[in-house]
Design a protein around this ligand. Structure first.
Ligand SMILES: [Zn+2]
Length: 244
């Protein structure tokens, strides 16, 4: 490597975009090889042909980049998977946005974190394929990969071993059983052991809010995508049935 810069090839997903000057953008990616990185896409706002319009949220890309101190330079991109179906409903878009923000916060900067990356891809592909239960099942795996998943082996309040259900109140630093959590929506303990569980709309919302609070407690940063659901728009509810 000569002084200053080096060329690299990376696989990543676009997780954040912001304008830079009049014609460029800062593109943040989570990558398989190097964790979360920020690159400058020069001229991308001036010409749609530049980077073939491929730089958008949720898109998997192979990128060619120049490593520099501070922001890297984006030199070229090839689309691996555009995941266009994520935008086909507000419900899918909301869930993909949640997992994207979660991953943004949990993925270390310029440091490989393979399990978080794999969990994120699984969540996006599941949302893209409208397998929302499968996407939700990624949550414990992702928290575990980030080292912040408490083990659901006893109730924090009454000490019951192996609670059959846990309230999504992990902000206390662990789990409480269904009895101690009376009046709140609970999530089956099997879900947190990665065994999956079908959750209804209320259960899913409660779970996502609790997970967001838990992650915010660790990172000190708000998950803004959650505001979509707290605005009263109920975007995670199923779409209304069409009248025959
Ligand atoms: Zn209890």
């Amino acid at each position: 490597m000569t002084s200053g810069s080096a060329a690299v090839n990376l696989e990543g997903v676009v997780v954040h975009l912001r304008a830079l000057g009049e014609s460029s953008r800062v593109v943040e990616l989570v990558t398989r090889e190097a964790g979360r990185i920020a690159l400058v896409a020069r001229g991308v706002r001036r010409s749609r042909k530049r980077f073939q319009g491929a730089i958008d949220l949720f898109v998997s890309l192979r990128v060619q980049a120049t490593v520099k101190p501070g922001l890297w330079n984006l030199e070229g991109v090839d689309v691996i998977n555009p995941r266009l179906a994520i935008r086909s409903s507000l419900e899918r878009l909301s869930l993909a946005s949640f997992f994207t923000e979660l991953t943004y916060q949990l993925m270390p900067e310029q440091q490989r974190a393979q399990r978080i990356f794999d969990a994120y891809l699984t969540s996006l592909d599941a949302v893209d394929g409208n397998a929302l239960d499968k996407a939700m099942a990624v949550l414990p795996a992702m928290l575990n990969a980030a080292g912040i998943l408490p083990s659901p082996d006893h109730c924090l309040r009454c000490g019951i071993i192996e609670p059959i259900a846990v309230a999504p109140l992990i902000v206390e630093g662990g789990w409480i059983c269904a009895d101690c959590a009376r009046g709140t929506v609970v999530t089956p303990a099997a879900f947190w052991r990665g065994e999956g569980a079908g959750l209804n709309v209320q259960g899913r919302e409660a779970l996502l809010r609790a997970a967001a609070a838990w992650v915010q407690g660790h990172t000190g940063r708000e998950l803004k995508s959650l505001r979509l659901w707290q605005s009263g728009s109920r975007t995670l509810a199923p779409p209304p049935r069409q009248a025959p």
